[in-house]
Design a protein around this ligand. Sequence first.
Ligand code: TYD
Length: 211
Amino acid sequence: MNKGIFITMEGPDGSGKSTQIALLKEYLESEGYDVLITREPGGTTISEAIRGIILNKNYTEMSPVTEMLLYASARAQLIAEVIGPVLDRGGAVISDRFVDSSLVYQGMARGLGVDAVYEVNKQAIGKYMPDVTFMLDLPAEVGISRKKDQKELDRMELESLDFHRKVAEGYRKLAEKFPDRIETIDATLPIERISDLIKDRVRVILNDDAL
Ligand code: TYD
């Protein structure tokens, strides 16, 4: 049986994570993995309900601590119900965002502090940290203008440009802090090139596990 592999995709809003997740799924399936794709906040009935509260653009009065706890709650349920069981039975999980989003958005951009946010999230994630995290790096302006073209913006996307700059900068700092786990990828590269870089890294992890 394969050993479970947990991969997360991170980056500012509009950085192209979904496209890359779909391409990576095809690759992992060709390697014989049963692949589960999930997104945060969401991925279970309860977590999707929490997502509805967090992203509701009318809830402008939400405090940063409330926001952090809601993201952590959605995550705790997703881990308990979906991610944990799939990894335990040797499957592959690709998550569109995970704890690094909280470290950056709530810890850095909202100013709650990375360590404080991590402490709270430890309860939610238990032993399940990603084997590798791809950070699709993109200037904040580019990400937000891509999102505007796609859909109506949610509460987080409606934040100021200054907030989104802090997010993009925060991701770079986080990648420097965890260089072994987080691989930064230039999200302005062509889609196929990005996908090849991601697959190269995943291939190394799969081969290491086989040893
Ligand atoms: P979503 O529409 O899924 O954004 P994207 O398509 O860019 O991934 O909305 C998730 C939003 O929530 C996004 O703006 C990032 C934010 N977020 C946090 O602030 N903290 C978190 O822990 C997570 C998971 C997401």
